[in-house]
Write a protein of this length. Sequence first.
Length: 120
Amino acid sequence: MKKLLTLLLPVLLVLSGTTARAEPDMVLITGEHWVKSSLEQKRAFLFGIGNVLEIEEAMAGDEYESLRGRSIVPVLLEGLSGTSVANIVAQLDTFYASHSDQVNRPVIEVLYLEMALPNL
């Protein structure tokens, strides 16, 4: 998970509208950030996550199956497989609009629990 967050730092900083100098702490992107972000920022965030997932899958190689139960990678890769970035953006937009009381939930949590996991 640390590796995922470390690789996503540039995307997270873009979404939060900060620079490394202005915001030295890691920012976990929540629905509050999501609803204030432009379409380009939302897409960049999702493409960043997608790239990290693909890298993790490639790095696991023959050991990919061993990630099950220990990593969010298989759940996100398989649970969101075949879903376009545009569709994921729309689903997240709908989720946060329908659940305004949950804007403090991290986007990655919503992706995992509300979107990917139910598709498995």
